[in-house]
Design a protein around this ligand. Structure first.
Ligand SMILES: [Zn+2]
Length: 81
């Protein structure tokens, strides 16, 4: 899981520092292919509110939720690319 240091770690979506009181989402390493535009979320942290903004952020959150719900199906879905 991504390393989160309140007041130091930057949000993968907006680039701002994430505070201790912020609602944060942690992305595990290995979730996104290094060739994917979503790779900036790999092993990263983001404000939860930022993940409902642009399409890329929503896609990253959807992938994380899919992975958490069914890791096996998620990995199998990668073979379809
Ligand atoms: Zn943010």
């Amino acid at each position: 899981m991504a390393l989160f240091l309140p007041g130091r770690t930057r949000c993968a979506a907006c680039g701002e520092v994430i505070g201790r009181a912020d609602d944060v989402v942690l992305f595990p390493p290995g979730l996104f292919d290094p060739r994917s535009v979503l790779f900036r979320f790999d092993d990263a942290c983001a404000h939860r509110a930022c993940l409902t903004g642009d399409e890329l952020s929503r896609e990253a959150l959807a992938a994380l939720e899919f992975f958490r719900r069914d890791p096996v199906a998620f990995v199998r879905s990668l073979d379809d690319d």
